[in-house]
Design a protein around this ligand. Structure first.
Ligand SMILES: Nc1ncnc2c1ncn2[C@@H]1O[C@H](COP(=O)(O)OP(=O)(O)O)[C@@H](O)[C@H]1O
Ligand SMILES: [Mg+2]
Length: 251
């Protein structure tokens, strides 16, 4: 059976430095996968390969294959705008554009040429509801997104990704710049989204991984040491390195 997303023998080099050393990891539709591991273990590097964000970094070499719905995404004819619509990304630091909340959410649709105001209104409402921030912003849609709290900004950024109907949502430590209450709101949002979207999130918060992830992959030194059901990883890991990391012996 074809996986939704699969990486085979994926290597990434920054100049001479090998950051990813042959990653084999695949994702079925739906659910949340957490990528955990010490700082510098190449979690972000891996995440960025999945929608070709590393392409923007100078002097990067990528070998191996990544297939999305069976299609190699690294072939030259890949349309990167379409790819990044299908595989959206949310970053550590909330990064709304300096526009209104409304204009942030419709940014991708506008770019794609959508002009129907009713449809745009509808997408704004649906996406903000899915991101669990609608009630807080519905009376201020035309105010600057920058006037919101960090946690609200992050949920607006999630809505901006949802507005273009992605299949996969990549998140790189989406709560590490947020206070605990905002973080738990983001976690609740992701748990709501996990049935309709395939979510891959980097987190250095092990409790967060254990709370929200169906599956967890442990990265160390550019390799995946172990990937399994989250419960298994936390209760009964197969590798000593995983156990040491989980129990806080390094990281
Ligand atoms: N743009 C870059 N240029 C050069 N080296 C990088 C770049 N990004 C990351 N690296 C290096 O690759 C390794 C993995 O980094 P990263 O993917 O950010 O790890 P993590 O997200 O697990 O902390 C680190 O040694 C880091 O210094
Ligand atoms: Mg990182």
């Amino acid at each position: 059976m074809t996986k939704l997303l699969e990486t085979h023998d994926l290597h990434v080099y920054y100049g001479q430095k090998e950051a990813l050393k042959g990653i084999n990891l695949s994702f079925d539709e739906g659910g949340i996968t957490a990528l955990i591991g010490p700082s510098g273990s190449s979690k972000s590097t891996y995440l960025r390969t999945l929608n070709r964000m590393n392409d923007l970094i100078p002097d990067v070499t990528i070998t191996g294959t990544i297939k999305f719905r069976g299609q190699d995404i690294y072939v030259p004819q890949t349309d990167l705008v379409t790819l990044r619509k299908e595989i959206g990304m949310v970053f550590q630091q909330p990064n709304p554009f300096p526009f209104s909340i409304y204009d942030n959410v419709i940014f991708g649709l506008k770019l794609a040429g959508e002009k129907d105001h009713e449809r745009l209104d509808q997408v704004v409402e649906t996406s903000l509801k899915q991101a669990a921030v609608w009630d807080e912003v519905k009376d201020h849609l035309h105010e600057s997104a920058l006037s919101l709290s960090g946690g609200q900004q992050q949920r607006v950024c999630i809505a901006r990704v949802l507005a273009v109907s992605p299949q996969i949502i990549l998140l790189d430590e989406p709560t590490s710049a947020l206070d605990p209450i905002s973080s738990s709101q983001i976690e609740a949002t992701l748990l709501k989204l996990r049935t309709d979207y395939t979510i891959i999130t980097v987190t250095h918060n092990l409790q967060q991984a254990s709370r929200i992830a169906d599956r967890t992959a442990f990265f160390m030194n550019g390799e995946v040491i172990e990937v399994d059901d989250t419960k298994k990883i936390f209760m009964n890991p197969a590798h000593k390195q995983t156990e040491d990391y989980i129990s806080g012996r390094f990281g």
